[in-house]
Design a binder for this molecule. Sequence first.
Ligand SMILES: [Zn+2]
Ligand SMILES: [Zn+2]
Length: 172
Amino acid sequence: MCSKLVVLSSIGLSERMLADWFSAVPQTSRKCGRKIASLKMTLSGSCLCGGIQYEITGPLTDVYHCHCSMCRKLHAAAFRTCAKVQASDWRTIKGEELLKTYESSPGEFKVFCSTCGSSIHTRFTEKPEVYALPLGTLDTDPGVRPGRHVFVGNKAPWYEIADDLLQFTENG
Ligand SMILES: [Zn+2]
Ligand SMILES: [Zn+2]
């Protein structure tokens, strides 16, 4: 496997997915004959109550399952599936006023819906240009898939990992 493919597969992307992402061009629908003017793939998501809606106009990268105790508590789940997104690709379409933050670690802010509690994303003082996005609130298929499990050393004892993805005891 060439080094490019290793890098792509490690972040859950295939060459085909990247090609689709960057080569999206306006297409003509045969049914109605109108032009679909979508130059970029746009992902959309929303919180449980629907008060917050967002769009992402760029690629998601570095997709992984995190089993650390903080992610488990934040999501009240066995693990959190997370990706990186450029802050400049993020648009809060609706409900900006509902966004609340919790500083879970110094400089790390969990952003959530103050009405329903849905986890929206994480912002970092040290790296404001990147958000960590939990995939659970997406309403569209992002195309990318998780590439590894991290912090497996903190895994919930009642959950067994049943896939063949790489596992890291801590961060990986
Ligand atoms: Zn909500
Ligand atoms: Zn975690």
